[in-house]
Design a binder for this molecule. Structure first.
Ligand SMILES: [Zn+2]
Length: 243
């Protein structure tokens, strides 16, 4: 039974280095999804991407932080394949993971992500304790969503099994309670606890203290494998073969 903890951090804001420092402090693994340019926010330069890559996995997040659902086929290829070759050049290795900006993707873009060479696709879907394919969901975002938002998130997407599971937590919105609830579920059933967030958002909402408390809470659990997002595909394949 696989029990996994992974984390991921989107957008490549220079404050990602503060997250990286804390990940190291608490022996956690993480993947940083970085676009080449981001019209909505500050993004680290190529030297900084290469520096971060010395210790952490860097994943693709398009070239220009665009909504893939709004692009035609040739622009999809430009943004997705472009991200793959840009990261290959900057880091010196072929990237494994990709995360579509704004959680926006469709069948056409998903196909192009896999064809480009990416092996793991991460979405912004929340409250999942499972390893899923062809797209990896997350468990929690480092952000204080309301219970109403969680309910809406799951119901709009028709995720009734995950909705029921969350209801059993008492429909709580408390981040530490949710972490305990989903880890407890994974303790019994196996699965993957996936925390994600944005450093610029943590800064904006003054969540650094909360981030450290959460990291400390997730740290050093003996029965868990701590992995980068890129290795999720190894575990999903094993799981697929077994089932
Ligand atoms: Zn993003």
């Amino acid at each position: 039974m696989n029990k996994i903890i992974t984390t991921s951090w989107d957008d490549g804001h220079p404050l990602d280095f503060r997250i990286a420092e804390l990940l190291e402090k608490y022996d956690l693994k993480g993947t940083f999804y970085i676009p080449k340019k981001n019209p909505q926010n500050k993004v680290m330069n190529e030297n900084e991407v290469a520096l971060l890559h010395k210790k952490f996995e860097i994943g693709g997040h398009t070239l220009n932080h665009v909504n893939l659902k709004k692009l035609n086929n040739s622009n999809l290829v430009y943004e997705i394949n472009g991200s793959y070759s840009w990261l290959s050049e900057v880091t010196g290795v072929k990237p494994l993971s990709f995360c579509p900006p704004f959680g926006a993707y469709n069948t056409a873009s998903l196909k192009i992500m896999y064809l480009a060479g990416f092996k793991v696709i991460r979405t912004t879907q929340l409250l999942s304790p499972d390893l899923l394919l062809p797209v990896h969901y997350t468990t929690l975002q480092l952000f204080n969503h309301s219970s109403f938002t969680y309910a809406k998130h799951l119901l709009i997407r028709g995720r009734l099994i995950d909705f029921k599971l969350w209801l059993n937590s008492g429909a709580t919105a408390d981040l530490l309670n949710l972490i305990d609830y989903y880890l407890n579920h994974i303790d019994m059933n196996g699965g993957c606890f996936h925390l994600w967030g944005h450093s610029w958002e943590i800064e904006k909402f003054n969540l650094w203290k909360q981030l450290e408390i959460v990291f400390k809470h997730l740290s050093k659990r003996s029965e868990y494998s701590y992995i980068e997002n890129g290795h999720l595909s190894d575990y999903s394949q094993t799981q697929n073969k077994l089932s």
